[in-house]
Design a protein around this ligand. Structure first.
Ligand code: NZQ
Ligand code: ZN
Length: 386
C-alpha cells in the first residue's frame, strides 16, 4: 500500500426529515446565498422546507445553475456574492449545483488572476481560500457532498474542466434519501453508474496489496448492483434509496482511494463527450469504461479478473475469456438500468472521436493510473465503443 494522508471534515447529516436541520448548521448572523438549479427543488418541496427552516436568516437567492454547471453562470453568481457581501454559500440540489457552489466559493476570493485558471491550470494553481459552504444534496451520484472536487463547463469554448481543493469541502451535507423519490429513472440510472465508476476508477488499476480498500470498494459495487435496480423499480422504497445514497457518498469521499493507485481516464474522456455532445456525465462513463477495460486488459489484468470473480462470480475460462466476461457483465448491468453503452446510440460519430483525440494531443495529456494513455490510446478506446 502507498503512504497516504486522509482527512475528511465534512459533517454528514443523513436520514428522513433531516433537511430542517440546516437551521442548526448555517451560521446565525451570516448573509447566506441560497444556490439552486433549474427548479426541481421547487417541485419536490425541498425549496420550501429550506426556506422555512431558514426564515430567520438573511438569504440571497441564486437559482438557475444548469446541469453540467456553466462557468458563465458561476461568474454571474460571483458578481452577486460581491455586490451583496455574501459570507456563506448554501447549495441545495444535485452535484451540479454543489460543484458550481464550490467554484463560486473559490473564485470569489481568488485574486491572483483569471478565475478560469482555477480550472484550466488546476495542476499548478492552488486554491488558498474559499467562502464556507453547506449543502443539501438532492441527487446521489457524484459524491460531491463529501469531497473537494468541482467540475465546470465553459460554454463559450465547449470545455469541461475540474479542480479539487480541501478548501471547498462542505462544512456539512444533509442527505435525505426521500429526495430520491422525485428523481426521474434516467437520473437514478445515471447516479448508479456514476457512483459505480467512481469506485472502479480507484479499484480497477493494479495490485498494491490493499485488501481493505479492495473489499470496501467491492462492497460498494455489490450494494449498487443490488440496490440500484430496486430504486429504479420502486422510487418510494426508502431503504433502497438510503443504501443507494450512502453508496454514492462512500464511492467518492476519498476513503477507498487512500493509499492505492487511481485511474480517472474514463472520466477525463467522458468529460469531453459531455463538453462536445451534452451527454449526461454518468452515461459518458458507461460508454467509455467497457472500452477502457478492453484496451487496457493487459495493464489491468489481475484487477479485472479479481473484479470478475468477486463481483460477478466469473471463475471459468482463460484470463482473456474471464476479462471478456467481466466486460460483458458490466455492459449488461448498465444496459439493464436503461443506459446505452455505445457511441452510435447517442448519435456520436467518428468526427467527434477525431476532435477528442485532437484535444488530448494538443494538451499533451497522458492519463490513467500509469499515465500511459495518450491520444492514440484514447482513439482506440473510443473506436472500441463506436
Ligand atoms: O437543476 P434542477 O432543476 O435541480 O434538476 C436537476 C437536473 O436537471 C435534477 N434533480 C436533482 N435533484 C433532483 C432532481 N430532479 C428531481 N428530484 C431531485 N431530487 O437532476 C438533473 C441532474 O442534476 P445534476 O446535479 O446535474 O446531476 P449530478 O448530481 O449527477 O451532477 C452531475 C455533475 O457533477 C459532475 C459531473 O461532471 C456533472 O457536471 N461530477 C462531479 C463530481 C464531484 N464533484 O466529485 C464527480 C463526478 O465524477 C462528476 O464529474
Ligand atoms: Zn463521475
Amino acid at each position: 500500500m502507498y503512504n497516504f494522508e486522509y482527512k475528511n471534515p465534512v459533517k454528514i447529516i443523513f436520514g428522513k426529515n433531516t433537511i430542517p436541520k440546516v437551521a442548526n448548521e448555517v451560521p446565525k448572523n451570516a448573509k447566506v446565498m441560497f444556490i439552486y438549479g433549474g427548479g426541481s427543488i421547487k417541485r419536490s418541496g425541498v425549496y420550501d422546507t429550506v426556506k422555512n427552516a431558514l426564515k430567520n436568516i438573511e438569504l440571497v437567492e441564486f437559482g438557475g445553475i444548469e446541469a453540467n454547471p456553466h462557468y458563465e453562470t458561476c461568474m454571474k453568481a460571483i458578481e452577486t456574492v460581491k455586490a451583496e457581501k455574501v459570507e456563506y454559500l448554501l447549495s441545495v440540489g444535485g452535484g451540479s449545483v454543489l460543484d458550481a457552489t464550490k467554484f463560486i466559493a473559490a473564485a470569489t476570493l481568488y485574486t491572483s488572476g483569471d478565475p478560469w485558471d482555477i480550472l484550466a491550470k488546476s495542476s499548478t494553481v492552488e486554491v488558498k481560500k474559499a467562502l464556507p459552504i453547506g449543502a443539501v444534496m438532492t441527487l446521489p451520484a457524484t459524491g460531491s457532498e463529501m469531497n473537494g472536487n468541482s467540475v465546470i463547463t465553459r460554454i463559450s469554448t465547449q470545455e469541461k474542466m475540474a479542480f479539487s481543493s480541501p478548501k471547498v469541502m462542505p462544512q456539512f451535507s444533509i442527505l435525505d434519501p426521500e429526495c430520491v423519490f422525485t428523481l426521474p429513472d434516467k437520473q437514478v440510472a445515471n447516479g448508479v453508474v456514476d457512483a459505480f465508476i467512481h469506485v472502479i476508477e480507484q479499484y480497477l488499476t493494479f495490485e498494491v496489496n490493499s485488501p481493505i480498500q479492495d473489499r470496501f470498494a467491492e462492497s460498494i459495487l455489490t450494494t449498487l448492483i443490488e440496490e440500484g435496480p430496486k430504486v429504479i423499480a420502486d422510487r418510494k422504497d426508502y431503504e433502497a434509496a438510503a443504501n443507494f445514497m450512502w453508496s454514492a457518498t462512500m464511492a467518492l469521499n476519498g476513503l477507498i482511494g487512500a493509499g492505492v493507485p487511481q485511474d480517472w481516464a474514463s472520466h477525463m474522456i467522458g468529460h469531453e463527450l459531455t463538453a462536445l455532445h451534452g451527454i449526461d456525465h454518468g452515461r459518458t462513463l458507461a460508454i467509455i469504461l467497457p472500452g477502457m477495460m478492453n484496451i487496457k486488459r493487459n495493464n489491468k489484468k489481475d484487477k479485472i479478473i479479481q473484479y470478475g470473480k468477486r463481483i460477478w462470480g466469473i471463475t471459468n475460462g482463460t484470463d482473456n475469456e474471464k476479462i471478456d466476461a467481466a466486460i460483458a457483465k458490466t455492459v449488461e448491468f448498465f444496459e439493464s438500468l436503461g443506459v446505452p453503452t455505445t457511441l452510435h446510440e447517442y448519435g456520436v460519430t467518428i468526427d467527434t472521436i477525431a476532435k477528442i483525440t485532437g484535444r488530448f494531443e494538443k494538451r499533451g495529456f497522458k492519463v490513467g493510473e500509469k499515465a500511459d494513455i495518450d491520444f492514440n490510446e484514447v482513439e482506440g478506446i473510443l473506436m472500441d465503443r463506436l
